[in-house]
Design a protein around this ligand. Structure first.
Ligand code: SF4
Length: 128
């Protein structure tokens, strides 16, 4: 048996996931059908929204100095939940990305990340 907490809504139902005699997955503890959907996704295809910070560079390609009042890192996030097993690979790619300032919230820093239908975008405007 596996225990999960459904994070689909603030109720946070405690789910128990088991298999019946026929090998069918059985979910209990959910207050609505979305809990069962959540449990299936979490077990067979877990995904997470990924947040990270990329290196910021000035328009001339140099790093922001202490006197520039600009941060050295730019917060980014995926536009949708990303397959959990591929997150380390995604972070490796993001470590190599620099973001030129100024930058607006929502600017795409990585399109179709690792071939998925998910982009990585800037989550806060900086200097824009
Ligand atoms: S099972 Fe339904 S009610 Fe419970 S946390 Fe999930 S979405 Fe909310």
């Amino acid at each position: 048996m596996q225990e999960l907490i459904c994070i689909t809504c603030p109720m946070g139902c405690h789910l128990s996931v088991d298999t019946d005699a026929q090998g069918e997955m059985k979910v209990t503890g959910n207050r609505c059908v979305r809990g069962e959907q959540y449990a299936r996704e979490e077990i067979f295809n877990p995904r997470r929204v990924v947040t990270f910070t990329c290196t910021a560079v000035l328009p001339d390609g140099s790093l922001p100095g202490p006197s520039s009042n600009l941060p050295r890192r730019v917060p980014v996030r995926t536009t949708a939940a990303f397959p959990k097993e591929r997150i380390p690979e995604l972070l490796d790619v993001l470590r190599g990305i620099t973001v030129r300032l100024p930058v607006a919230r929502g600017s795409v820093v990585l399109e179709r990340a690792l071939g998925m239908e998910v982009n990585v975008v800037v989550s806060r405007s900086i200097g824009a």
